[in-house]
Design a protein around this ligand. Structure first.
Ligand code: 0CN
Ligand code: SF4
Length: 315
């Protein structure tokens, strides 16, 4: 039987999907449920993905936004994005059992910020206002210690107290290119500004952006599986468009695809944010296979082998 379905090439980005920090954070909730029984409270979505959250809810996790929504006598897990210092301090004061699922690469930025503060440097944080990671990083230091820089305009307008005592840190999930443009402006104005030893934008963010860049120019449309509140996923859509994809769309899963809107396509790029499970990627590929005669290609830019240890409380 010959297929009457139109031919389609799917170009699949690699690396894509879960990073080591997300993997660890989800395991922490699963292990906490095993060790302490249900319910286990989780402060904020453990990672920014409804499918992940709903699966853990079914296992007995209860998601809340603030610690004051948790009872004293149940364990609480802090999300991968990090928390202001007063959150563990308050949990301790209330004698709660808490497990911190902050990604070690976010914690590393917290440590850097503290080090700059201890050196007496004024600190800039490049990031997006209101994002939980930005709230958590700013919350490592007393209010007013850090200035948030969101745009090139902010970088141009910033007035330091002393330009020889200036340092910057960044959110881990930013656009590599936008951030380097902001850093260029700051470094041109303040050549003595201290930079992170090694990039604060994490390996997973960097690699997923590189992979989507590689497939974007040859795709009629790029689908990014991820959530609207997932910073790293939203960045992948922007990077795909900027790298030459005529269209790029964030979808939470195959059910979000508007097949009537798709129009004639020959090549589709697919990737997934660091918090998006691989089964959603496979579900999207299956949905294409129902409608097209699909050939699949991997576009791999690098391999990842990073694994983070679990905290002792759940190891
Ligand atoms: O989508 P995430 O939960 O978070 P953001 O990209 O919005 O920061 O992915 C995990 C990343 C972290 C921390
Ligand atoms: Fe950690 Fe980066 Fe993953 Fe965030 S995206 S959890 S910083 S590895």
């Amino acid at each position: 039987m010959t297929s009457t379905r139109p031919k389609l090439t799917i170009r699949l980005a690699a690396p894509r999907g879960f990073c080591a920090g997300v993997d660890r954070a989800i395991q922490i909730v699963e292990r906490a449920l095993e060790r302490f029984g249900a319910p286990v409270y989780v402060r904020h979505e453990i990672v920014h993905n409804r499918h992940v959250v709903e699966r853990l809810e079914q296992m007995g996790a209860i998601f809340v936004e603030e610690l004051d929504e948790c009872p004293d006598d149940r364990p609480v897990v802090f999300s991968a994005h990090g928390v202001p210092k007063q959150v563990p301090a308050e949990a301790q004061r209330r004698n709660m059992i808490y497990v911190d699922a902050t990604c070690p690469l976010v914690s590393k930025v917290h440590v850097e910020a503290q080090r700059h503060e201890d050196n007496g440097d004024e600190i800039l944080l490049i990031g997006h206002a209101g994002h939980p990671e930005v709230i958590g990083t700013m919350g490592q230091l007393p209010e007013g210690s850090m200035t948030l820089i969101e745009t090139i305009e902010d970088a141009q307008a910033f007035q330091p107290k002393d330009e020889n005592r200036l340092a910057f840190v960044t959110q881990t999930t930013l656009s590599v290119d936008d951030t380097s443009a902001i850093v260029d402006v700051l470094q041109a104005r303040f050549p003595g500004m201290k930079a992170p030893h090694k990039e604060d934008i994490c390996y997973a963010t960097t690699n997923r952006q590189a992979a989507v860049k590689a497939l974007a120019p040859h795709s009629d449309i790029v689908f990014v599986i991820g959530a609207p509140n997932s910073s790293n996923s939203v960045r992948l859509v922007e990077v795909a468009l900027r790298a030459g994809a005529p269209r790029a769309q964030l979808v939470s899963c195959a059910a979000d695809v508007d097949w009537d809107e798709l129009g004639p396509v020959e090549t589709v790029g697919i990737t997934a944010g660091a918090s998006a499970p691989e089964d959603l990627v496979q579900g999207l590929i299956e949905a294409f296979k129902e409608r097209f005669d699909v050939t699949q290609e991997d576009v791999r830019v690098t391999d990842e082998d990073i694994v983070f240890k679990l905290p002792r409380a759940v190891a």
